[in-house]
Design a protein around this ligand. Structure first.
Ligand SMILES: [Zn+2]
Length: 173
């Protein structure tokens, strides 16, 4: 894989500064793209932003939007940061879904699609379980209702759900 391939996948995944693509594997049976990602940026506490030190890392994976007719899986070593004030915290990943092990944009696509399709159709289309579609529908609907109920507080600049911002236990997601 050359630098252009690496950069292509970095952009298509929407990786932010600090995250880099280390490898891409193309499987033929089944058709699947596997993108391997690592964090090489500054280590700051994901809660308070203070400089921290690397504690260890967790291997995690996310299903992303298909590339053509191929599934795409992102694998990452996600650092856990040790902060003097907050303890050991896992770093947020910019592409990670908020409620599932799917990417944030796949969660968003499923939530849009399920407005006009059945759970089964949407699950089949995106190769996920129906209960995952149901979970996204319930969680995103609840999120929207809470934002409607508390205008001014929930909006705060961004309507895009951010992964891990309101949880401190992402390892068990
Ligand atoms: Zn901290």
């Amino acid at each position: 894989m050359d630098d252009t391939d690496r950069e292509w996948y970095r952009r298509t995944l929407g990786l932010t500064r600090g995250w880099t693509v280390t490898d891409v594997q193309h499987l033929l049976v089944p058709l699947e793209v596997q993108v391997f990602v690592e964090y090489v940026g500054d280590l700051s506490c994901p809660v308070c932003g203070s400089p921290g030190r690397k504690y260890d890392f967790r291997r995690r994976s996310w299903q992303d939007l298909d590339h053509g007719s191929s599934r795409c899986i992102v694998y990452a070593r996600v650092p856990r940061i040790e902060c003097g004030a907050c303890g050991v915290r896992e770093m947020d990943v910019p592409w990670g879904g908020r409620f599932t092990r799917l990417s944030l944009r796949l969660e968003g696509r499923i939530f849009r699609d399920v407005q006009t399709g059945t759970l089964k159709d949407v699950a089949d289309r995106h190769r996920v379980h129906e209960h995952t579609v149901r979970k996204i529908l319930v969680a995103y609907s609840d999120l929207m209702m809470r934002e409607l109920d508390s205008p001014g507080s929930g909006a705060s600049g961004s309507t895009r759900p951010r992964p891990g911002k309101d949880t401190t236990t992402s390892p068990t997601r």
